[in-house]
Design a protein around this ligand. Structure first.
Ligand SMILES: Cc1ncc(COP(=O)(O)O)c(C=O)c1O
Length: 347
């Protein structure tokens, strides 16, 4: 399998050609980004925590940004005289949804390689958006998905493989988009900490590059599932874990993270049940629905905030708003965890 990074670009792709060719994208484009940066509960006596609410994006997740960036780049690079553009990528969920919706809007074929454990509601939504699907045994996780997508692209070069794990448009979109928005929203203040879950690592590395412009000593904390942590030597597995993130297995590391060349990048490990319980806890405290990776980031941000001083700011990102089923399970996990350890909460 090829793990080489490509598209070494200095800025997010120019959307002009895509918007000219497909004026139906304009409503999506005007609703994309500029999401709220909101103070959220944190530990007493520690730094305050600000969360970027990415579920405000038009298709409901942070991946709307990355999908649109890679979509524009593919359009910019494609010679439409030679034939139609056909897009292929692997996805655990949110990227697939965003690409399928964009493809459907513009009548561009989209082929998605997804785990065979994907929820029925996602599979139905992707099919309704006319995406072609290839299902891969979920035990192989990210490596299995990436390898299968590369195999499809090799067999039929008519597909443009977007390769969200290797395509540096992913990092550029966060460095020049999400990250610069956060800097503006901090109004001249600086972040003392940055916390993000690592799926591709595009969000963590891109926003880090932007925030480090104001604070080269920025404390970064990655969030990763306990069941398959970032960098683990263990083989991949199909165990329940918070969605959107995870290690690749066999000691492989997400290439965007390796590319950052940070001396120190600690990770906070969050278990599946803990992430779902935190979804419920956050909803109970604030009335706001967040997904499991967002809740895991919130817990990690609380941990980092405890180590920083009052007056400092930890920024994190809520990738999506999750689903009813996880929130219901979260209530059960939260209730049983707090029956055995009631002293744990309190802000
Ligand atoms: C819910 C959720 N959280 C976090 C992430 C991680 O984002 P990134 O791929 O930029 O590391 C993703 C990516 O798909 C996601 O869907």
């Amino acid at each position: 399998m090829n793990l080489e990074l490509f598209n070494h670009i200095e800025r997010a792709p120019d959307p002009s050609k895509a918007l000219d060719m497909f004026p139906q994208l304009s409503a999506f484009y005007s609703a994309l980004g500029n999401t709220t940066l909101m103070p959220v509960p944190g530990p007493e006596g520690g730094a305050s925590i600000l969360a970027k609410l990415e579920f405000e994006n038009p298709f409901g997740s942070v991946k709307d940004r990355t999908a649109f960036g890679m979509f524009c780049e593919a359009i910019n690079n494609h010679d439409f005289h030679k034939g139609s553009l056909k897009l292929l990528d692997s996805s655990g969920g949110n990227m697939g949804r965003a690409l399928a919706m964009l493809g459907n809007l513009c009548n561009i074929a989209v082929h998605l390689v997804i785990p065979d454990s994907s929820p029925d509601v996602l599979v139905r939504a992707l099919r309704e958006a006319n995406a072609q699907l290839t299902l891969v045994d979920s035990r192989y996780f990210l490596l299995g998905l990436m390898a299968r997508a590369q195999e499809i692209a090799l067999a039929d070069p008519g597909w443009t493989l977007l390769a969200q794990h290797l395509n540096l448009v992913n990092v550029a979109v966060h460095r020049h988009g999400t990250g610069q928005e956060i800097r503006r929203q901090l109004r001249g203040g600086k972040a003392g900490g940055w916390v993000a879950a690592v799926g591709t690592g595009g969000t963590l590395s891109g926003v880090y590059a932007a925030l480090a412009q104001d604070n080269p000593a920025l404390n970064v904390l990655g969030t990763t599932p306990k069941e398959l942590p970032f960098g683990t030597l263990s083989p991949p597995n199909g165990r329940d874990k918070f969605a959107g993130a995870g290690g690749m297995g066999f000691g492989f590391r997400q290439p965007f993270i390796t590319h950052m060349k940070l001396n120190k990048l600690p990770f906070n490990l969050i278990g599946w049940q803990e992430s779902l319980a935190a979804m419920y806890e956050f909803h109970k405290l604030t009335g706001i629905r967040i997904g499991a990776s967002s809740a895991a980031n919130w817990k990690s941000a609380c941990r980092l905030a405890q180590t920083l001083k009052p007056g400092e700011q930890v920024v994190t990102l809520f990738a999506d708003a999750g689903n009813d089923s996880d929130l219901e399970k979260g209530e059960v996990f939260f209730t049983s965890a707090n029956r055995s350890n009631p002293a744990k909460i309190g802000y």
